[in-house]
Design a protein around this ligand. Structure first.
Ligand SMILES: Cc1cc2nc3c(=O)[nH]c(=O)nc-3n(C[C@H](O)[C@H](O)[C@H](O)COP(=O)(O)OP(=O)(O)OC[C@H]3O[C@@H](n4cnc5c(N)ncnc54)[C@H](O)[C@@H]3O)c2cc1C
Length: 397
């Protein structure tokens, strides 16, 4: 009987854990190596669009995510200054239209769920990957502490500043996109849907937009406040910030939105970086997944969804091909994933430009198009994500 494929996953973020779940289900021997001394997500929410929920279904985690998720009624676009409705994309019918609901969860809850799914794979903490080499049919990952581990396949799921990517494809730094964002949560003892609609609310204004949505059964509102600024001053990837600093970026914006921002707690700021799409993710016995492969702007809420889909497909292909067919499996994985993720990456960039328009005539035109699309088919207005949500990664071969 052929022996199971030995797979080393670098990074225990959403992508790495999803890959570990999928590979384990496919019968591979998996070990996950994470640089951080503890598995901890940022204290913020995350939207899991229906395509992401379907990927979680393929990982055997649908029941858990349905239990955790808040179901918004719509994606609701508002003018950031006047509060006028720009578009409303209904989401309540998502299970019928897209085959799964649209959900919003706390990142820590998603991570805990993925940890359960990946638990059969050993997770080593405090192990920072420092290099990769391929020796024939064996890939070797080297860690900061001097240890090495051999595998049939090494998966770089180590995020936007991926060491695996650098070691395999060279050092091309991520691009600062001219936008940064603040993230925070407003705690609520009980939901108040008069104050904050049970929707993904997107306030669009010149040089920025602010997204708010409920998480944890309506006991918190997650805030992502995006702002254009020429330079990202902080050397760190993310840094602690204050309510005052965040609110100063939105002078004259709608008082209802500002009143919510004024209640946010635990505020961090992030520089938003992305990369050009890569034509190839694999070399020999090494491949990439998630942000390491296709770091994108968060404006279509797809980074984690793409990482979940990547993980599912990688597991499926390795399961099909087995130890003997790792390189063929990687070719099939890329063929399935590179075109879709490249398209999403470019569309996310374009959505940012659309959200932040400054010229009154361009804004008028954008809003007229939203209006007409909304009349013709409300699923296609606003972010126009229906083509993303329809995709069922578990149904494609
Ligand atoms: C403001 C904002 C809002 C977002 N909202 C959404 C959303 O609503 N929906 C959505 O789908 N996506 C969203 N995203 C995108 C999403 O968060 C990311 O795409 C996703 O978390 C990427 O997961 P990952 O596992 O690829 O990378 P990461 O989450 O970055 O995980 C990488 C892991 O690798 C570890 N690591 C790094 N280097 C090494 C090393 N050398 N050795 C070992 N371990 C290493 C890290 O410590 C980390 O644990 C958002 C992003 C931002 C910035």
């Amino acid at each position: 009987m052929p022996r199971p494929a030995r797979v080393v996953v670098i990074g225990a973020g959403i992508g790495g854990l999803a890959a570990a779940c999928a590979l384990r289900r496919a019968g591979a021997e998996v070990s996950v190596h994470e640089q951080a001394p503890a598995i901890r997500e940022v204290g913020a929410g995350i939207q899991i669009t229906p395509n992401g929920v379907k990927a979680l279904r393929g990982l055997g985690l649908e029941e858990g995510i349905l239990r955790l998720g808040f179901r918004p009624k719509a994606i609701w676009g508002l003018d950031g200054i006047s509060g006028r409705e720009m578009f409303r994309t209904p989401l309540e019918d998502s299970p019928r239209l897209y085959g799964a609901p649209y959900l919003q969860v706390h990142r820590a809850d998603l991570q805990a769920l993925l940890m359960q799914g990946a638990a059969g794979g050993a997770i080593s903490l405090g192990q920072r990957c420092a290099g990769i080499r391929t020796e024939g049919a064996v890939a070797v990952a080297r860690f900061d502490d001097g240890t090495e581990v051999e595998a049939d396949l090494v998966v770089g799921a180590d995020g936007i500043h991926s060491a695996v990517r650098r070691a395999t494809f060279g050092n091309e730094p991520a691009r600062y996109t001219g936008t940064m964002c603040w993230r925070g949560i407003v705690p609520f003892e009980r939901p108040d849907y008069d104050l904050v609609a049970p929707c993904t609310t997107v306030w669009n204004g010149p040089h920025g937009h602010v997204v708010t949505y409920w998480i944890r059964g309506g006991t918190g509102v997650n805030i992502v406040a995006v702002h254009e600024t020429a330079a990202w001053q902080d050397e760190s990837w993310s840094a602690r910030s204050t309510r005052e600093e965040m609110m100063a970026a939105y002078p004259g914006w709608n008082p209802r939105m500002l009143a919510l921002l004024d209640k946010a707690e635990d505020i961090f700021k992030w520089g938003l970086f992305d990369r050009e799409p890569m034509p190839r993710w694999s070399k020999g016995r090494v491949t990439l997944l998630g942000d390491a492969a296709h770091a994108m702007l968060p404006f279509l809420s797809q980074g984690a969804a793409m990482a979940l889909e990547d993980g599912y497909v990688l597991g499926r292909e390795i399961g099909r091909a087995g130890t003997e067919g790792v390189e063929a499996a990687l070719a099939a994985y890329e063929a399935a994933r590179v075109p879709r993720t490249s398209q999403v990456l470019l569309r996310a960039r374009a959505q940012g430009r659309k959200n932040h328009l400054t010229s009154p005539s361009a804004r008028l035109w954008r809003d007229a198009v939203y209006f007409i699309k909304g009349v013709l088919n409300p699923q296609k207005t606003g972010l126009g994500g229906d083509w993303l949500y329809e995709h069922d990664v578990t149904a494609h071969s």
